[in-house]
Design a protein around this ligand. Structure first.
Ligand SMILES: *Cc1c(COP(=O)(O)O)cnc(C)c1O
Length: 369
């Protein structure tokens, strides 16, 4: 059996950029709080995606929470949320004591279906925020989604945790809505070991998020609080890793694309394999190479065969409306997200994979046909 092949594991720069930023923090004793790396990471990331402001936070989940709070989402409010996603998208809606209504995806994008969204607005005209996701680095159909949300005066929050570097018609995902969220968790395209970022063009709201995320301390010498606070800021060490990783983001995207095209070339002819949709308006970051199956071979066959060969792969996210915890909330749409879940697989997309590793994956899968 060969070496372990991971789905998507941390990949530090070969130049050691991350350690240089960490070393500098140690040398100047800016281990904490905040500091130069946090400021640098915020402005470098904002520049990279074309947002005016960025706030570095301890996780993507925390960033989604702060975005909802900034959007004014509070007890009893309804938030439309893409059903096909990781639970971290939806959980912060509950943190705010608001009510999620889950929305189906379509096959064209795997992301929020504009028709289902229109239907949802007919049923619930008063909606504070719409939480969309750019799954696996594929962008949502932004023109359609934005025009529907604008028509209904709903604040758009983009969960771009999986899509750093992805563009829709040339513009970065995370910069269309009022708020965009990125994650630097261990399996994301770049990682800080853990962390998140909220981006926005709204200066006042980003200042407010910084305030809430540092325990909501009022301007007073004594400890004075007139609002509920959170301990959500990123540390200066963690931000140093982020600054180093940002320098190799383009390399990581190029390798992720290479992996996707490798699979497409070597597996594309197999009966019943359909790769995730790459629309003409989309330049994805190819975070994970995903496909669906319509023939005799099932996702579990692939996952188990790879597992026997020390290779990690995963099913597509299980939709939120199918989760026991969210079972009581409304769901608008058909069965697209369910079908994608039942028939989908995420293939190993680790940027450290060699061509030999990729051939190993392909050969295990081909044997099932
Ligand atoms: C990873 C991820 C998150 C959560 O980010 P964390 O930094 O792990 O809190 C949110 N949404 C999606 C779609 C993700 O994949």
């Amino acid at each position: 059996m060969g070496n372990k092949i991971w789905l998507s594991s941390p990949h530090m720069s070969k130049e050691g950029y991350e350690m240089q930023y960490i070393q500098e923090a140690f040398d100047t004793n800016w281990i904490a709080p905040l500091g130069k790396n946090v400021d640098g990471f915020e402005s470098e990331l904002a520049n990279r995606v074309g947002a005016k402001y960025a706030v570095a936070l301890s996780s993507g989940t925390g960033a989604i929470h702060m975005a909802l709070k900034a959007a004014g989402v509070d007890k009893g409010d309804i938030v439309f949320c893409q059903s096909l996603t990781f639970a971290a998208t939806a959980n912060p809606i509950i943190y705010q004591n608001a009510t999620p209504v889950f929305i189906d995806s379509n096959y064209e994008t795997w992301n929020m279906d504009p028709d289902a969204l229109e239907k949802a607005f007919k049923k619930y005209p008063m909606v504070k925020a719409v939480l969309i996701v750019h799954l696996y680095g594929l962008s949502t159909d932004m023109d359609n989604i934005m025009s529907i949300c604008n028509k209904h005066n709903a604040t758009v929050i983009e969960d771009a945790a999986e899509s750093l570097g992805t563009r829709y018609r040339g513009k970065h995902t995370g910069t269309f809505g009022e708020y965009g969220v990125f994650s630097f968790n261990g399996n994301k395209i770049i990682t800080t070991s853990g962390g998140g970022m909220l981006v926005s063009n709204n200066e006042e709201k980003t200042k407010k998020v910084r305030f809430w995320a540092t325990q909501a301390r009022d301007k007073a010498r004594h400890y004075q609080h007139s609002e509920l606070g959170y301990n959500y800021r990123m540390s200066n060490i963690v931000a140093g890793i982020g600054r180093g990783q940002l320098k190799v983001l383009d390399q990581r995207i190029a390798k992720k694309k290479y992996i996707f095209e490798f699979y497409k070339k070597h597996l594309g002819q197999l009966d019943g394999i359909h790769f995730m949709p790459i629309n003409t308006w989309n330049e994805p970051n190819y975070w994970l190479s995903c496909l669906t199956l319509s023939g005799n071979v099932k996702p579990l066959d692939i996952i188990e065969a790879l597992e026997k060969n020390n290779i990690e792969s995963r099913p597509i996210w299980k939709p939120m409306h199918m989760q026991p915890f969210f079972a009581d909330y409304d769901y608008i749409g058909a069965d697209v997200s369910e079908k994608l879940f039942e028939n989908g697989v995420c293939l190993p997309s680790d940027t450290k994979m060699t061509d030999d590793d990729l051939h190993r994956v392909v050969n295990v899968i081909k044997k099932l046909w």
